[in-house]
Ligand binder design. Structure first.
Ligand SMILES: *Cc1c(COP(=O)(O)O)cnc(C)c1O
Length: 224
């Protein structure tokens, strides 16, 4: 990275921080970014990073400081779970019972308690993963049966659209589910992960307390 790139990163990071209220956690989404770029943000004081791809996550984790909080944020394949369980801070995209089973089994073997967010499918798009609202309420109404996993809350992705009404409605739906779960089913719930670079303000207005921001911090991925 050049000095100019360092300065630009620091300016974008500062702008993002200033746009986020103090009660909202910021996870810097570093997929496709180099170890050097992550290190630069780390040197600015940032500690929470989110990655989608297991190979990338494992390679970066091995090269970067141990006090980074690594979040897994996308769809996770069960056969990859064992690679991240030893160090992952929060698994944000837990979207099936099969995945809960495997995470619990591997966490038990590793002698760790792993924190998870349950992903809810709120978008109109078929491509996004997650439990339906009904599946989620059924899951949380029953006793929690994964002793090595702590459910910390919910995660969701809104439809990728410029229609703010659609996005706001989807976030409001997830927020209502979160509040219901917190009050009635899951007393370990404290985290509602919703909002990315394009829709973070709408997500925060709807009650998000964790945003996952890539582009607004690191710059455009497609421009690279
Ligand atoms: C890539 C990604 C983000 C960050 O997206 P930006 O638009 O770069 O902020 C957030 N959440 C998930 C699940 C992602 O895959």
């Amino acid at each position: 990275m050049t000095n100019v790139e360092h300065t630009a990163l620091a300016a974008r990071y500062k702008a993002v921080q200033q746009a986020i209220p103090a009660h909202v956690a910021l996870v810097a989404v570093s997929k496709t970014r180099s170890v050097e770029e992550i290190r630069a943000l780390y040197d600015l004081g940032h500690r929470a990073f989110g990655e989608n791809y297991i190979q990338e996550l494992v390679e970066k984790q091995a090269q970067l400081p141990m006090d980074i909080e690594w979040h897994h944020i996308g769809h996770l394949q069960t056969n990859k779970v064992k690679l991240i369980v030893p160090f992952v801070h929060l698994v944000q995209g837990v979207d099936s019972v099969k995945l809960l089973d495997e995470l619990d089994r591997r966490a038990g073997r590793a002698g760790r308690t792993v924190q998870v967010l349950l992903q809810v499918h709120i978008a109109q798009e078929e491509t996004k993963h997650g439990f339906s609202g009904e599946e989620l309420t059924a899951l949380l109404d029953a006793p929690w049966r994964w002793p090595n996993l702590v459910p910390r809350g919910l995660m969701g992705m809104a439809t990728n659209t410029a229609e703010t009404k659609v996005v706001a409605t989807e976030f409001a739906h997830l927020s209502a589910l979160f509040n219901w779960a917190k009050a009635n089913a899951a007393n370990t719930f404290d985290t509602l992960s919703m909002g990315m670079s394009a829709d973070a303000p709408l997500a925060i207005a709807a009650g998000s307390n964790l945003v996952r921001i890539g582009t607004a911090i690191f710059g455009d991925r497609s421009a690279r």
